[in-house]
Design a protein around this ligand. Structure first.
Ligand code: PEP
Ligand code: MN
Length: 348
């Protein structure tokens, strides 16, 4: 259930509610909104006496939450959440501006990475991407540069001023990746790795949580709940396509998840049409559609020489294609009352 406090209620009144919730052997999660404070009550509250809370001073009403994800639910937190990608910068996801996370699939080499980072920055990217630890189906293929890749990402951040997003694949990597990256990505294969979700939930970095390729919406939001419940409220959801019988695409990209997430949750959602389709030629159209459908951002792969990329070249945009895509996205964003963050200027 959630306890919705009256507008302008006193702190002591919220504290009293928290005390009573704990006496009931339930967990509390206080959310201070711009208009109201809400106390989310976590745990099995089916047999608890709601009237005790209802009659507390400062309480407006007590509402049962039916969804299993309590803190990720929009019922608990009616305002949409805006997540800063790096403190002290204006790079954020949620809100009016649409964020664009861009860069190659993997960090392959220092010089090439620093070069493409500068290019996507000049074309208006909000944040940089690039895998240092790569989840590969085939153990004989490029596995990423590991810590060296993280160092390159940190250098790119210094040069461009853009936050960096990179994947953390295992529990042992969490502290190392958090030392270098601004945003920790949980890949599709790890969406159900509950220990990892709890571990990144104990860091103070925003989390980019990709949907498991066979996960249902409920399971996706429950994965986000694991992170938030562990102490980290900053979760950006990322739809990256699911496995279906279709073969003309690498994955099927269900854009209908955008309005569904917006209805169910206050968390921002971005779309990754590179993994979501597997084909560079489809990426710009899916980005335009995502913006039109209300997504808070996109994540795309950009490589200066996709044909020779070590990973995911077929779905990587060239800088020129990225530039065109940014212009098109800007036009769609304007049409739906949004704005693409960053200012695109043409590369030489
Ligand atoms: C990636 O973004 O590089 C990646 C591996 O994505 P996913 O986990 O969605 O396959
Ligand atoms: Mn990739």
């Amino acid at each position: 259930m959630i306890v919705v406090m009256r507008e302008g209620c006193k702190k002591e009144e919220v504290d009293r509610v928290v005390e009573l919730v704990r006496e009931m052997n339930l967990k509390d999660h206080v959310i201070v909104g711009t208009e109201r404070t809400v106390v989310a009550v976590i745990g099995d509250d089916r047999y608890k006496d709601r009237s005790v809370l209802e009659s507390c001073p400062g309480v407006d009403r007590v509402v049962p939450i039916l969804a299993p994800y309590k803190i990720a639910s929009r019922q608990t937190h009616p305002e949409s959440t805006v997540i800063s990608l790096r403190q002290g910068t204006d790079a954020a996801v949620g809100g009016r501006k649409i964020c664009v996370i861009a860069g190659p699939c993997s960090v392959e080499d220092r010089k090439k990475y620093l070069e493409i980072a500068q290019v996507v920055k000049e074309l208006g990217a909000t944040a940089l991407r690039g895998g240092a630890f790569k989840p590969r189906t085939d153990p004989y293929q490029f596995q990423g540069l590991g810590e060296e890749g993280l160092e390159i990402l940190a250098e790119a951040r210094e040069q461009t001023g853009l936050p960096v997003v990179t994947e953390v694949m295992s529990l042992e990597q969490v502290l190392l990746v958090a030392k270098y990256a601004d945003v920790l990505q949980i890949g599709t294969r790890n969406m159900h790795n509950f220990n990892l979700l709890q571990a990144v939930g104990k860091t103070d970095k925003p989390i980019l949580l990709k949907r498991g390729w066979s996960a249902k919406l409920d399971e996706f939001l429950l994965a986000a709940e694991y992170v938030i419940q562990s102490g980290n409220p900053n979760v950006v959801l990322c739809e990256r396509g699911i496995r279906t019988h279709e073969e003309y695409v690498r994955n099927t990209l269900p854009l209908a998840i955008i309005p569904a997430v917006k209805r169910e949750s206050h968390l921002p959602i971005i779309i990754d049409p590179a993994h979501g389709t597997g084909h560079a030629y489809m990426v710009p159209a899916m980005c335009r559609a995502a913006v039109a459908a209300g997504a808070d951002g996109v994540m795309v792969e950009v490589h200066q020489d996709p044909e020779h990329a070590l990973t995911d070249g077929a779905q990587s945009l060239t800088p020129q294609a990225f530039e065109t895509m940014m212009k098109e996205m800007k036009a769609v964003a304007e049409a739906v009352g949004r704005e693409v963050s960053g200012t695109a200027v043409s590369v030489k």
